[in-house]
Design a protein. Structure first.
Lengths: 100, 489
């Protein structure tokens, strides 16, 4: 059993959708098909859902995960320099290198 | 080659709508709310709409959560950027144990055991003393490696099989380590992990004279304990209880601790198990699932229940323990306490199974009876099943540098580092969790494992969520949890 979903490539990146697909890989496998201005996803259910409600729930979970991954990519991009600076400070002068 | 840092301006982001985001991760708590954690593991709970507004720079300074987000280092603004000074300090404090390096050194002094537990994860042997006991020569070589560790604290733990079946070697190692430590001046501790069935006055006297701690097994009430831990005479429980009493009388009340293992037989009986610990005067319990190693796999006891069944067992137990605390009896669930220490204090409690980088080799190391060195207790359990992936050297053949810098150790540590593996890298619970390359190798065949299928991930994520919900919704639970957290640091 499978369902098709289409996301706008103006809004979502392939990487974002791949991450969402990976996170849902306990219940789904996903074909990701990029087109010019959209990304088609074919969701294959690993075990056949018994009711339509269950299908809707899994599809909704995938959609929400795509949204979450998109938000994560925004945070990662905005905070990359700060994240590296914090780690550099935190791991400096450990005494593990000569001359520190 | 000279490398230059980028100019300061590269690290100064513009303040959009008055604030700048600092690095954080988020994960859903339930259908409505999300948990956000900063780089140091401090957390806050937001609704999805607030999270979206925060990230899109649409959260007004007048929002009641704004100051919380600022004080917990999720944002900085014109008013204060002190977070940029505090965050690195907090991250460094969390990581300080890494610099200490290997503190726990496990000596498997014998693989022989007089019990025949079907869930035995170390694949004990019943006879052939020569083949399955550690020799003095091997112990001497292992001791030399122990003191190469730079750790200021050295804990030597004797394990088996039943280690007391090779008590002369324990005596030798303790005396030699103490002599060695006269010059080293480390904080040296000893622990014997024993079922207490063969303990005697000579052993107790030695333990008292050398300040040795005892760790034993207690799976619950008599019928459950004896069913889990058969031995000739079916008297494992009686011997354990008598042994606990003798140790307390000889060494002191706090010198003996107990561990339980959850079997299929335990599942409906967590209250009975906790009651047994209370009846025996323990002030806490570690509700442990079974591990996928040794006879536990061969006898299919490991597969007798799944992660969901264990979680149900665990949460009933946790609720029961909270009720005990509410009624005035201070009692701790140690796994929760370890996680809570990560959530609520600036410190990392250093529990080997919940560390990233993984604790294998660099937090704990195992010297097996035959001289082989393993990256962890679970690694040698796997080896007894024929898989020596985590054998990192041999005390007779390899130098300390060869062992610690071996690909067999550094490979899995590097590959499984949670902050850079799929799913963990963007999981809000990563600061509370750990990497377990041995478990994932044993269950999925690689060091990282696909976390959506991982029982380790499922168990821990469920526990993190439950603890956070309890703290949010139950003031009594929160007070108890703060006490547990601070007792584990």
């Amino acid at each position: 059993m499978s369902r098709a979903l289409v996301f706008s490539s103006q809004v979502y990146s392939i990487k974002t959708i791949k991450k969402a697909a990976y996170r849902c890989s306990d219940v789904l496998s996903v074909d990701i098909i990029p087109r010019s201005d959209e990304i088609e996803c074919i969701l294959h259910f690993l075990s056949e859902p018994k009711e339509e409600e269950q299908v809707q729930r899994i599809v909704a979970a995938f959609r929400n995960e795509v949204l979450d991954q998109d938000l994560r990519s925004v945070i990662a991009k905005e905070t990359e320099a700060t994240r590296n600076a914090v780690l550099a400070f935190a791991l400096s002068k450990t005494g593990l290198l000569g001359g520190e | 080659m000279v490398s230059k840092f980028q100019p300061l301006s590269a690290f100064q982001q513009p303040l959009i709508n008055g604030y700048q985001l600092l690095p954080f991760r988020f994960t859903s708590l339930d259908d409505h709310d999300y948990v956000l954690t900063n780089q140091a593991g401090e957390f806050i709970i937001l609704e999805r709409t607030t999270l979206e507004a925060l990230v899109r720079h649409q959260l007004p300074a007048s929002d009641w959560l704004y100051d919380d987000l600022k004080s917990k280092h999720f944002i900085i603004d014109h008013d204060s950027s002190v977070a940029m000074d505090l965050l690195p300090l907090k991250v460094r404090t969390k990581l300080q144990r890494l610099a200490e390096f290997t503190g726990l050194h496990i000596f498997v002094v014998s693989l022989r055991c007089e019990h025949s537990c079907p869930y035995c994860q170390v694949s004990r042997q019943s006879n052939d003393k020569l083949a399955f006991d550690m020799s003095v020569g091997t112990a001497e070589k292992a001791l030399a490696l122990v003191f190469r560790s730079p750790s200021p604290g050295i804990k030597i733990e004797f394990q088996g099989g039943e280690p007391l079946l090779n008590f002369p070697l324990i005596r030798h190692v303790v005396e030699r380590a103490e002599a060695w430590n006269l010059a080293e001046r480390r904080n040296l501790q000893f622990v014997i992990a024993t079922n207490l069935a063969v303990i005697n006055e000579e052993i107790l006297d030695f333990c008292r004279d050398h300040d040795i701690l005892i760790s034993t097994s207690l799976d619950g009430p008599s019928d459950l304990h004896n069913a889990n831990r058969p031995r000739p005479g079916n008297d494992s429980y009686d011997r354990a209880i008598e042994g606990i009493s003798r140790v307390r009388n000889a060494l002191g009340r706090d010198r003996v601790s107990a561990l339980m293992t959850t079997t299929k037989l335990s599942l409906g009986r967590v209250r009975d198990i906790v009651d047994e610990y209370v009846a025996q005067g323990f002030r806490g319990i570690f509700l442990r699932p079974m591990s996928p190693y040794g006879f536990a796999v061969k006898t299919k006891w490991f597969k007798a229940y799944d992660a969901d069944e264990w979680l149900e067992f665990y949460f009933i137990g946790l609720d029961y323990i909270l009720d005990l605390n509410r009624s005035g009896y201070a009692f701790t669930e140690f796994y929760a306490a370890t996680i809570l220490a990560k959530m609520l204090t600036p410190f990392e409690p250093g529990f080997v199974d919940l560390r990233s980088p993984a604790g294998i080799g660099i937090a704990a190391i195992v010297y097996n009876y035959d001289g082989d060195v393993y990256a962890s207790d679970e690694s040698r359990m796997l080896a007894e099943m024929g898989d020596k992936t985590f054998r990192i050297g041999n005390v007779h053949r390899d130098r300390y540098e060869d062992i610690i810098l071996s690909d067999a150790l550094l490979g899995p540590i590097e590959e499984s580092f949670a902050a850079s593996v799929p799913m963990c890298s963007d999981c809000a619970f990563e600061p509370f969790c750990g990497a377990d390359p041995v478990f994932h190798h044993a269950t999925q065949g690689d060091f990282v494992g696909r976390k959506s299928l991982s029982a380790f991930c499922k168990r821990n994520m469920s526990i993190f969520r439950r603890l956070i919900k309890l703290m949010r919704n139950d003031d009594d639970a929160r007070r108890v949890f703060v006490r547990w957290a601070n007792s584990r640091c």
